[in-house]
Design a protein around this ligand. Sequence first.
Ligand code: PLP
Length: 486
Amino acid sequence: MTGLPHGFIRSRDVLEDRLTGAQVRTLELQHGNEELLYGLDLIGVAGPFSSVTPWELEDEQGVRRINASGYSATPFGEMPLVLTDFLKEFLEKNRAMTLPQQSSSPWRAALEANLVRLLARELPSHQDSQVFFCSSGTEAIEGALKFARAWRPGTKYSISFNSGYHGKTLGSLSLTPNPEYQDVFRPLVPGAVTCPYGDLDALSALIRRLGPDKVTCVVVEPIQGEGGVNIPPEGFLRGLGELCRRHGIVVIADEIQTGLGRTGHWFESAAHGLDPDIVTLAKPLGGGLVAVGATIVRHAIYKKMLGGLSSKRHSNTFGGGALAMAVGLRSLEHLIETDLPRRSLELGEVGLRHLQSLRARYPRLLQEVRGQGLLLAMQFQPVVGIPLPGPVKELVYEGTAILALRELHQAGVMANLSLSSKRTVRLTPALDMPRDVFEIMFGRVDTFAARNPASRNLLTNTPAGVTMSLAKFAASKPKKRTPSDG
Ligand SMILES: Cc1ncc(COP(=O)(O)O)c(C=O)c1O
């Protein structure tokens, strides 16, 4: 049979905005991640949203909100001119192969070289490092784990940290110690061991107990992002590097969230005296437009896995594609030319002061605030203040952040949940958010806090119908869902 299947949605209909919000949500509920969309819909944050400026999103009712979500992957906000203008030119002029795979590519070559030069400027030992490209953060970690294993045959343990987050494919998931994500997939990749984050003595004791010659690698986020913005004590990263070097253990710095400026440095690990063997990057490298992941590896380690005829031992189809590399190249160039890491550090200090002042004024709402650069976190007091049994407590904690997200959204700010830290909501605005928009955003966060001076107000300010639906949703078995009408 030829022709379009019944109900086929034409690209032009999407391009010209002919699907209503309700149609979009219905299609997603029917054919996509129904339960996720349903949960988001319950708290009014399911969208679809469109961008009015790179920093502001609009819903179908025309309500505008400042965007501090994006999970650290939108360094220049939505549809930034710096990339869209460049892309128009790229599409017009590019004649290089789009998916070069086994042949060389000018776009990939340029980005490989630039990334290594940038890293080596901070860490000269990386002058001859090499890059492997992929299309997500988790895939960059998978590559890193394989490089480490191939480098240290005969070893069997990989160490990661409590509250760490490295992705959800099987290898990275094994090193992401979160029962919600791990439990149904057991057995995971063997040899994954968890250590308390920031505790050098515990790491040293763990390595001694496992046997240093049995440990393949240590994977560390220099600041934990999804774990709720946890900044390790001074000396932890440097000490971790020295400890691993003494034993020849591979250090993988997961800079997927922190790298390229979000926390105010090009590489947060380097800023704290860690010289990792492997660095993983993703999120901002794609400029918020395309998927780009990169694993930067010391020369000898790279060659060990991909030497000679083994050079095809690790590969993928899309990594290094011309479009992804071109956007990556332009994004990196723009980050450098406008010195966005420095701006992020400076603006982040202003943001953190705002949050600290809120915490001082609303201690019954905010238990703690944390942050560095434009990775900012609000940890809420639980909405129910009495002691609760374990599973109920977990639900209440999660509910706290969800209701906070809803209230922030109502106040005109879009924020992120933290995937491995319940009760924590993160603000990750674009690194180039104009100062006036930034101040308006914190004005709205202030309004949010004034409306919810104690965390139980998150509950009382939520319509009873929404709370009931959320509670039923949390308790229910998956079933077919119906969308809201806007
Ligand atoms: C530190 C870190 N590593 C890995 C990942 C996984 O990246 P992705 O979602 O692109 O697979 C994330 C995503 O949040 C992350 O923050």
